[in-house]
Structure formats: C-alpha cells, structure tokens
Design a binder for this molecule. Sequence first.
Ligand code: BGC
Length: 764
Amino acid sequence: MKLLYLAALCCLGSTSALAQTDEQVEAILQQMTLNEKIAVIHAQSKFSSAGVPRLGIPTFWTDDGPHGVRPDVLWDEWEQAGCTNDSCVAFPALTCLAASWNTDVARRYGQALGEEARYRGKDMLLGPGVNINRTPLNGRNFEYMGEDPYLAGALCVPYIEGLQSQGVSACVKHFALNNDEENRHTVNVVVGDRALREIYLPAFESAVKQGHTWGVMGAYNLYHNQHNCHNEWLLCSLLKGEWAFDGVLVSDWGGTHDTEEAVRNGLDMEFGSWTDGLTMGATNAYDRYYLAEPYKQMLRDGRYTEQELDEKVRRVLRLFLRTTLREGRPAGSMCSDEHYEVARQVAHEGIVLLRNERGKDTQALLPIDESNLHRMAAQHGRERARVLVVGENAIKMMTVGGGSSSLKVQHEVSPLSGLQERLRDVADVAYERGYVGDVTGDYNGVSTGQDLTDSRRAEQLVADAVRQAADADVVVFVGGLNKSDFQDCEGHDRKDYGLPYGQDSVIVALAATGTPVVVVNISGNAVAMPWADRVGAIVQAWYLGSEAGTAIASVLTGDVNPSGHLPFTWFAELTDVPAHLMQAYPGTWRESEQIIDEQYTEGIYVGYRWADLSKSRRAEVLRAVGSTAKATAAQPLYAFGHGLSYTAFRLSGARAQSNRTSDGTMTFYVTVTNTGSRSGAETVQLYVHDVQSSVPRPEKELKAFAKVHLDAGESREVALSIDRRALSYWDEQAGEWTAEPGRFEAQIGTASDNISARVPFILE
Ligand code: BGC
C-alpha cells in the first residue's frame, strides 16, 4: 500500500517547491478514504493524531513546549508514562529569551529545542507563546515574550526558524487575546481594532509572515462571542485570508466546542476534547470528538460536502510533508553538551541587573568577584568572605510546575549549588531558609524527590536568617514566585502583586542588619518591591531551566557581564497598570450566557505606552474611555528596556541616512562605545514617535533594536532599519495600516526611559 503513496510522489514534475508540495498533497488526498481523512484531523491520544498507515504515513506526535520537551504521558491519560528516557534539558522560559534581545540566541534556542524534540520522536512542539503581557497577574506570562509586539515578533521568528530547521513544526500560541488565565474558557475579550492590530496581533503576524510557522494554536477564550478555536474572523478572514497562513490551526486541548463552527471556521486539527483533567467527560472518546463521528454523520446526512474536509486535510498533509514525510530529516540529539551550553547562553543573555548601588566605599555591590569578596572579608578582619544565601527559591526545583510547560529534567543546578560551586575557593557559603513557601515536590506526576519541609515557625525562620546575616559579608536573597497554583502557573492568575509567603518582611529584616543584600528575584512577572531602595542590588533571574544556578552564579560573580533588558514595564503598584487602574480586569459576568466580558479599556496604552504618558495625557485617555479613575504621574519602578551592566556604554553620533523618506524605509546609525573597564553587551533600542498625527499616538514605539558585544574601550557603529509599517497606525475607519505624511522622530537609547538621541525625519 505504501507504494501507492510513493508512486504519487515520484510522478511529480513541478517547478517551484510550493507547487511540488501542492501536487504531492493532491496526489495523496486522492488516495484517502473518508475515514482516513477524518482520522488525520483529530487526536487519537493525548498528544498524537493518526497518520495514514495504509499509505505509509506515520503517526503525528505533538508535545509541549515551549521551553523544553515535556515528558511522555500515558496514551489516554495525563498521568506520566513513567519512561526513563524522557528527561530533557530545560531551557530558560520565554520571558528570559525576550529579555536577551538577541535574535541569534533565539535561533540557537529553537534549533536546540528542535533537536531534543526530534530525538524524542516529536513532530510538533507546542510553542512559542507570544501573548502580550497586559497584566502582571497573568499566570502564564512566564511562557510569553513580554509586553511589546515588535520585540515578541522579532524573537519568535528566529526561534521558529531554528525549530523548524529540524523538521519539527512550531505551534504558535495562543491565538489570540489569551492574556489572562482566570476564566480562560469563558472570557470574551472586547477590544478595539486599533489595540487588536497594534498590540495583540503583530507577534502572531510576524510568526506567520516572517517565521513561516507551520502551526498555530487557537486560544481557549472568545472574541466577538465566538470561541477562538473556531472563530470565523480570526481564523478564516485574518489568519488564513489576509495573512495567507498555509499551515494547520490546532485547537488548544479542550478548546473545541461545536462541530459546525469547527467545520466552517478554520479548525484543522482537534486535540484534547473530553480529556480528563481539562474538560469533563468520558475518556477514550476520540470517536466522539467534534471533528470525528459527529462530523462524519453530518457528511452522511448531506449537511456538508467533502469540500471543507479536503481543505483541512490538505493543510494536514502539507504539515506531514514538512515533518513526518520530510526526506533526510535530522535525527536530533538529547541532553548534549551543546544544548546545556545553549541553555546557559540564553540565561546569561537574559538575566537583568535591575539595580546595583554603590556602598560607602563607592564600590558597587555587584559583582561579588574575588577582589570584592576579599575586600569585604578584610573589612571584618577575615581571611575568607562569608556569603549567606537565604530563600526557598535558592533550593527549590523550578523546572517542574507551571502547568503544561512542566518538565522532567536530566539535571537542574539550583542557585545555592551554583554559588557554592563557584565560590568554593574564595568564600564560605552558608544557607538559611528565611521563609517556607510551597514544599510540594509533585507536579503532573513528576516528582522532584526534594523534601522541603521545615517545621520552624515564620518568626523563627526570620530570626535564624537575621542572626546569620548579621555575621555575613553579603547576603544573597533568592526568592520571588514559583510555579505553584496562583503564582506563575497555568489555569489561574496571581491573586496579589506582592511577593508571597511573607518574603517582604524577610528582606526588610535582612536589610536592617546592615549587611549588604542582593535580591535575586525568580519569576516570569513583575512583583511589588516595596523594599527596593533598601537593598544594594536586584537581579531579575526568570525561570532559567537546567543551568539556572550556574548562570546566576556567573552573573553575580561577574564571570558573565549582565546584558538582559526588561521585556515589560515593571510597575511599582498594581494600580499603576492601566488595565487595573481602569478596572478592566477580570471582566463582568454575563449571567444569561455564562460568559465574562473583559473590556480592554486601556486600548493601545499597554505597558510603556501608558507609562510614557504625562499626567495630563493619562487624564485625557481616562476621560476618553469613560473611566472615573484618577490620573497620576506615577513612574514605573523599572522601565521597559531597562537593564544595567558592570561596564558602561555611550551612544554617540546618531544620524539618519537621510532626513526624508518617500516610502517609509529608513536606516539610522549610532555608535556604541564601551567606556568601562570590562567587556560587555549593550542593546540599542530604536523607538518611533509620530510628531504630527491626526490620531493620538504613543510617545514612542519600539521598531528596531540591536545587541552589540564590545570589549572595554571598543566602539562600533550600529545600523537600525525600519519600514513603512513602523510609521503606521491601524486606521479603524479605513480598516488598514496608515502612515501619515509629516514629521516623525526616531528615539535611540538603551531603555524606554533612557533615550540619548532624537533624530527627526519626514515622511513625504
Ligand atoms: C495549554 C496549551 C498546551 C496544551 C497541551 C493546554 O492546557 O493551554 O498551551 O499546549 O494544554 O498540554
């Protein structure tokens, strides 16, 4: 039987690869029976769909995603399969990749992940996630790439290319408007077209048009009162129409709700319906899937011809030709030295130094390198320095938990062991717990084997830490969030902006000892830091995966010079976040339909686009949307794009290739000089401001960036290019992108609040 299919492939004599693929698709399609067609458009197990055995087309395997290949589950259960060969390398979660602002690193990340997926026999990796960070309470922000559509788009493209170079399909998720987790199945997002086009869709658009992703995953929530896994406008008009997406639209697991809508509105592969754990219902129910027997019955009843079915099957076959049927597909590799190296590199590039103050002796607290530690020890008349590490996140495994992205790793270096290993020859490293958070060691059946129980009462834990801190040269507090429910975890949002488990009081008590304190915050979200100006240094360390401890130690000791920049605005208070200020979260219950309407009242003013506005402009926006909230001049604790280094950089000589453009394309140049005494990397960020506009525009919008590595004293000129789209806004009346002629300004700097040059130009 296999011969039938092979014969079909052999008699092709087409010109372009695309035409050839289309011919191959038609040749296979013609040989498929109705049952075979139905079989390939829905799941046959938790993570696989059937191929066409009669034609030699193998089973198609998907797996999460997005920062490591998930361990195998049983065929029909969420339970672990208990394999002993599915431990992976955990790469840093995607907020860290976004914070790296490094497209080369993103490509290497995607490729390494693709190699791991291939080795494990997976054909589609369920990622990357590119939903916009609209509220820091969103439990899944750690899986996404921050608040800026351009940054998320620019980094997901090389990740997708790297992944797909291995013959493994990406599945960009969750399309679209899945910006919070609470009530994710029943939230109907109400958002204006401008915000939709300018903020929430561009990263998906880049993934499709530039990244050429072969898969997109529909989101659980609703838009225009229709579930997004079969949303007519999103999938048919936009994704497959306007954007000409030629891949498959996969449902999120349990995100399909209606056969007719699924048939008509662009769903190509249905997964996870009636799977225990996500939606209630019978197990082993694959024949009952909306796109299985119920669809077949409608075909038999003549409600549909095979036209819609063939359109879905064509897309699925194209996916097979790109993956399972691809000749010479790489075999992949797992847990290789190179993969650990990639994991370390992403972490090195993404860790963000938020604060690094100088002490009385004018020496910055970080890095705690050999000379700094010797100096600290000498001040106390000691030979060896004493470093006290405090906090549960210094010892807790963080590659598990968080929901579907939970991993089973071959190894994970904790921050405590990373520091102990690195400082072995120069300092005594002691540990104190400080607080007890969540001691669970079991996530989705993966057991960490850690026993984190501690019977001391909270006051005792603080007192013990304080006693040791008073006698130390430096305290490294490693805390933050974790991946337990209601933290950085799928299914729910955080309940509070503040740190959990009483960590604020621990930090304040440690700082009160007078010993310098470094706070290493592990999270995928901003948190309130009411103690920020009481500690010497703050490092944002994300979920860094297998090499977490090694990477953190490298940055703290200065072996690696930090170069990450925030991919979101770090608001001081939750009420400074526009969605919360305007009470536009989590929405209003619509009793009759059991739906929650969530109005994105803040429109385009998400993150820095809001923080950049003056108090009077904020008041105008509030008035325009009918909000009674009071405008304040509150500035973020740390701005979008912020990130410090152990060296210093200067930008100079910013210029444009010309001060006019007729088609909107422009190139700008700026020289970056490392004026400090050690090598490091700086990210030059280019924002566009429309000076003369008929509609309100943000003060600035990121449209280009470049990361440059420079030795001490070295200079380099960087070129940054933009196109017409970078000057455009979405015209709601005309329904199109519009770049209005007139005056513009390129703002070039190293953070959204650190602009060193403004270059005016004119669009003719
Ligand atoms: C998540 C997806 C994930 C899928 C499969 C869903 O609950 O929303 O992101 O890929 O499960 O595990």
